[in-house]
Design a protein around this ligand. Structure first.
Ligand code: GDP
Length: 300
């Protein structure tokens, strides 16, 4: 068993390869939920949705969110009715959010809701939310604190960031299922996700660091030079006091990581890191990197 720690773009690209070269029942994915948001009474979990849709074979891999060939009839009608949801939610995607919201309101834990939805989609991998309670990444801007989705989707990442904070009613705790998955794994892979908004929220869940400390951990950098392959990671890294680079990523994860992987093109030199082509521009490249990463996990 290999456990991946995942956000909603970089690590799913690596998973796209892993599911082609591994026994799919031997894959567990612990997914960031700090970008979750309730919209129109429904529960959106962007990273869980992306991982679940990928494993179900229905993900729109042009955007890495939402379902392939989805329609937007409800979204368009809502806009005509004066409801600006600010995130374009497809009709089939929305059905998942409605179902998740209903099950959560019925009192089901997010872990069990995720399992129920994954079962319906025929997902063979074990997909686990990092925690069962609500925790939110907020970006403190000149306008005050706003939800990360508001910053990135509505504001298009243009506002200056003073600070990145996590808000919650109770400190997030890793569910037993997450701890067991990690404990039962031969190795853990931190994929090339945003360190600040995708990976740190997972590492901040009570119990995670302790089980990870006992495991061999491989991390893949999402940076090449001083820029991430995509997204707002650079500004967020700076706001948390890390250099926006592979070195900053390595510093951010610290001694949790046993093997650090950076891109062959990366001009930044991270001590003792190994290098591969990490740009997963198509499925073949995802498979090639997944094979290398898995080969490395066999070396521990
Ligand atoms: P989010 O939840 O949508 O922010 O997605 P993630 O946190 O999982 O991934 C975002 C990160 O993925 C960004 O910082 C990108 O630099 C990184 N990324 C995206 N595609 C690639 C790729 O092909 N290779 C590498 N190395 N990083 C990538």
């Amino acid at each position: 068993m290999i456990t991946f720690l995942s956000g909603g773009t970089g690590t799913p690209k690596l998973l796209r390869g892993a599911i082609r070269v591994m026994d799919r029942h031997e894959i567990a994915v612990v997914v960031n939920t700090a970008e979750d948001i309730w919209i129109s009474g429904n529960h959106i979990s962007p990273d869980l949705d992306t991982v679940m849709y990928l494993c179900a074979g229905v993900l729109n891999t042009d955007t890495w969110w939402g379902m392939r060939d989805d329609t937007f009839v409800t979204h368009d009608d809502l806009q005509r009715l004066g409801i600006d949801e600010f995130i374009a939610i497809g009709d089939r995607d929305r059905a998942v959010h409605i179902a998740r919201g209903e099950l959560l309101r019925d009192g089901m834990r997010l872990t069990n809701v995720t399992k129920a939805l994954c079962d319906r989609f025929g997902v063979r991998e074990t997909v686990l939310p990092m925690t069962d309670t609500e925790v939110t990444t907020q970006v403190v801007t000149d306008l005050g604190p706003i939800h990360f989705q508001e910053y990135w989707v509505r504001g298009k990442g243009t506002l200056g960031i003073r600070e990145v904070v996590r808000t919650f009613a109770e400190p997030p705790v890793a569910p037993e299922e997450v701890l067991q998955a990690i404990e039962g794994s031969d190795a853990v892979v931190i994929g090339p996700s945003n360190p600040i908004t995708s990976i740190l929220p997972i590492l901040e869940c009570e119990g995670i660091r302790e089980v990870l400390a006992e495991k061999s951990v491989i991390a893949v950098s999402p940076f090449i030079g001083d820029a991430p392959v995509s997204g707002p990671a650079a500004a967020l890294m700076r706001a948390r006091g890390f250099a926006p680079s592979s070195q900053g990523t390595a510093d951010c994860y610290g001694d949790l990581v046993d093997l650090f992987i950076q891109d062959i093109r990366d001009p930044v030199r991270v001590k003792e890191a190994v290098r591969y082509d990490t740009l997963m521009t198509d499925e073949e490249k995802s498979i090639a990197l997944a094979e290398e990463v898995l080969r490395r996990t066999g070396e521990f």
